[in-house]
Structures are given as C-alpha cells and as structure tokens.
Design a protein around this ligand. Sequence first.
Ligand SMILES: C[S@@+](CC[C@H](N)C(=O)[O-])C[C@H]1O[C@@H](n2cnc3c(N)ncnc32)[C@H](O)[C@@H]1O
Length: 208
Amino acid sequence: MRMRNKPWANDFLNQHPKATTNPIDLKGSWKASYSKVILEIGSGKGGYLFDLATLHQNQRYIALEKDRNVSATALRHHDVLGLENLLWINNGAESIQTWFEKGELDEIHLNFSDPWPKKHHEKRRLTSKTFMPIFIDLLRPEGLIKFKTDNQKLFEYTILQMQVYPLEMTFFSVNYIHSLEEEDAYTEYEMKFNALNQPIYRAVWRKK
Ligand SMILES: C[S@@+](CC[C@H](N)C(=O)[O-])C[C@H]1O[C@@H](n2cnc3c(N)ncnc32)[C@H](O)[C@@H]1O
C-alpha cells in the first residue's frame, strides 16, 4: 500500500501514545494482563485490527506497518476509536526478533501481503524462509499463523513453504467467505477484492 508523502507523519508517529517508538522496551511484556498477544504484519490502514480489537478487548493486538504515511493515516483513525488494546509499530518485519521473546506471540496474521512475484525478490516475501523460521520461533506452541490473500501464486507458494515447518494446517479455502463465527474481520484489500468478485484464499496453521 503506497500513499502520498505526509510531511507531518514522522512527528505525529513520534508523539503518538499508541505508536511504540522503541518496541524493544516491551520485549517480554507485551501480554501484560491481556489473554493473548496477536500481531498483524503489514497492517495497512488498520481496519482489520481495529475491528478485532473492538470485538475482543481482553486481547492485545499489535499492528506492524513499515510505511510511515500509511501508519500515520491508520493512527488518526485509532484516535477516533480510542482502543486501549491496540499498539502500533511503524517499522519493517526485518527487525521483528529484536522486539519479541521466543514464544511471546499467540498469533501472527498476514493479510494480503505484498506478493513480490519476481523470483529474485522471493526473499522479501513474508512467507519465505527469510521470515518464516523467525515467525515460528516467536509463536508459542499451539500458536496460529493466519494468512489471507487474493494472489493465487502467493497462496500456492505459501502452502508449499509451510510444509517444511512444524505446523499443522487447520483451515484451507480457495474461495473464502467471511464468517461471523470465525475470529476474523475484513481487511481493506479484502473488501476491495470482494467488490470485484475475486476469490480470497485463506489458510490457518497451528504450531506443533
Ligand atoms: C497490500 S497491503 C495490505 C494491507 C492490509 N493488510 C489489507 O489487507 O488491507 C500490504 C501492506 O504491508 C506492508 N508491508 C509490506 N512489507 C512489510 C514488511 N516487511 N514489514 C511491515 N510491513 C510491510 C506494506 O507497506 C503495505 O501497507
């Protein structure tokens, strides 16, 4: 997700009470008194986590988004909602292991991650071996990885990648229809692809 440059974004993020400028300071204590710690990587404008955090106020949600213009837009909305249980990290997943202890996360959500279709960009895909061993380390046993995409090739790639890790697939759909019974919410991209009648691919894995 790209956005026009917002000259006010840096200052806004640096002073925002819900934007963690030094996430390393929270290493080991993200859970506090919450029942779960759930991280979404590549949160975009945050609609997905805003909805989940509203529905489950006993759970700690963390949004990780590398684009400061997108993060600033999301946090303006956060101000309106006033959610206590949602923290924002404006940074890239490349540094993630410095902010969380091993086993500290209950769930990692990847929604409409950038596909990086060229072979020589494979290492940038969030489900490539650059990131996956680290994500698995940060998940607790029985922790979940939830993945949604519109991109069939990225979905197929991800399904194959996941087979080499100690994961058990618990959900698979190549035409996912949002269900209110699931702990799930729409993302901005999901709504866009739904409106175009394009299929959504979704899978969930549990760490063994
Ligand atoms: C296609 S958008 C999807 C946004 C949202 N998840 C949705 O479904 O509507 C992908 C987002 O992931 C962010 N992103 C991509 N790579 C990232 C990384 N390595 N670390 C953090 N954010 C990343 C991009 O800046 C972009 O906002």
